[in-house]
Design a binder for this molecule. Structure first.
Ligand SMILES: Cc1cc2nc3c(=O)[nH]c(=O)nc-3n(C[C@H](O)[C@H](O)[C@H](O)COP(=O)(O)OP(=O)(O)OC[C@H]3O[C@@H](n4cnc5c(N)ncnc54)[C@H](O)[C@@H]3O)c2cc1C
Length: 387
């Protein structure tokens, strides 16, 4: 958070190393993302591979993992990086989240030593891109009903099915695919050049346009026995990966909201109507104050969850509290900021509408806000209301 938005003086509660990582990522976003992101967004095309290599050079890919070329940073440092990336664009934070927290984490946590050696070092540098296939055309919030099948054929596995809305799929080298077997849900590291695997880009997204999203078809894909992630057993394995990625979103959403509010503060200070700057109207100040209060609350929540994660005490339902609140409030801030900019609020010359549109996806992916309400509801009542 930068002054004057750091109303609660959170900056000094970060360590020097955390501040340094935050500032390096902020600089990267300023130099490499901000000058181009409006065009990438408008064209629906982003140089994701090139950016991945640049992110890899800075150690941002799988940065909270240890070994295999990963940086071994703290959860708070990883969160701060997500915050800065998403202040640039949610699509770029998605690239880093999916690579590090979903695809790399799945292999790091559940893979064999051979799978880790094969994939993680090149994924950490951004040479290899990963994706994570859980959602299907007919099964989103309820992955337990997935119909993608993996059946044994001798020593091999044969995968059949489809995965939908998969970030990075069209550019990926490896997909972590979750499939139903006779023993329950299992995970597979699937090289994207395996015969029978096709990835088609999903076009006409009105949100996350600076992120590549695709559909994966698996048509009798034959894999050797060692493609299965040996330590992953049941749905709790992919859900644990989602907890990792949701944690990054808790921070990232604050970044998008901060960028909106910084833009709005600057705009309101210089735009004059009725002979005075917009910032001088009480109604505008009420909006600015309410948004700044929500922003700093979101920041405080992210930092608290980060400290819990670094103490190995963070529970999935606490991550749900963070994702539910911070994405919902970030979206509310983006919408409110848009009103302060009037017509300019809908222009791509300013980042606000882009952030607002992006946050609609962030509200839905990695568990919709309703699903996180149900997680928190279950924690409160002891009753599952999912079905
Ligand atoms: C840009 C983008 C990128 C994505 N990237 C990935 C990815 O990389 N990998 C991946 O696996 N998936 C990815 N997803 C998919 C995302 O995780 C799903 O869209 C999400 O889980 C919701 O599933 P759904 O869209 O099928 O909605 P549905 O599950 O059909 O839900 C529709 C609505 O019904 C509500 N609902 C569902 N069940 C209940 C219930 N029990 N009680 C109350 N309300 C309920 C939901 O909250 C939602 O509002 C991505 C999605 C987007 C938009």
């Amino acid at each position: 958070m930068t002054a004057p938005l750091d109303l609660l003086d959170l900056n000094p509660s970060l360590t020097d190393e955390e501040r340094q990582i935050r500032d390096v990522v902020r600089q990267l976003v300023d130099d490499r993302v901000r000058p181009h992101v409006a065009d990438w967004y408008e064209q629906g095309q982003v140089p994701a591979r090139e950016l991945a290599r640049e992110f890899g050079k800075l150690g941002l890919l799988g940065m909270h993992l240890t070994g295999y070329g990963c940086a071994g940073a703290s959860a708070v440092a990883y969160g701060l990086a997500c915050q800065e990336l998403e202040a640039g664009d949610s699509g770029l934070r998605s690239l880093v989240s999916v690579q590090g927290s979903l695809a790399m984490y799945a292999i790091w946590r559940y893979g064999s030593e051979e799978q880790k050696q094969r994939w993680l070092p090149s994924m950490a540098t951004g040479e290899a891109i990963g994706c994570f296939g859980l959602t299907e055309p007919d099964h989103g919030s309820d992955p337990a009903s997935m119909t993608t099948r993996a059946r044994r054929d001798g020593d091999d596995w044969v995968l059949t099915g489809a995965k939908m809305w998969i970030t990075n799929a069209p550019i990926a080298d490896v997909a972590v695919i979750w499939a139903r077997t006779d023993e329950g849900v299992r995970g597979f590291a699937v090289p994207m050049d395996t015969p029978g695997v096709t990835a088609r880009e999903i076009r006409r997204k009105m949100s996350l346009r600076a992120s590549v999203t695709g559909e994966i078809a698996l048509d009798d894909v034959r894999l050797p026995a060692d493609a299965r992630l040996p330590e992953a057993s049941g749905l709790k394995a992919p859900l644990s990966c989602l907890t990792e990625a949701r944690y990054g979103i808790v921070w990232g959403a604050v970044g998008a909201a901060r960028d909106c509010l910084e833009t709005t503060l600057a705009y309101a200070g210089t735009r004059t109507q009725f002979g005075r700057p917009l910032a001088g109207f009480q109604l505008t100040q009420a909006k600015l104050a309410d948004m700044a209060v929500e922003l700093v609350k979101g920041q405080l929540l992210a930092l608290h969850l980060g400290r819990l994660a670094d103490a190995h005490r963070l529970r999935p339902d606490q991550v749900s509290v963070g994702k539910l609140n911070n994405v919902r409030e970030a979206l509310a801030i983006a919408r409110q900021c848009r009103t302060v900019l009037g017509a300019n609020g809908v222009s791509g010359e300013y980042p606000i509408m882009r952030h607002a549109n992006n946050l609609e996806s962030v509200l839905t992916y990695e568990g919709t806000s309703e699903i996180h309400q149900l997680v928190v509801g279950q924690r409160l009542t002891g009753l599952s209301a999912f079905a």
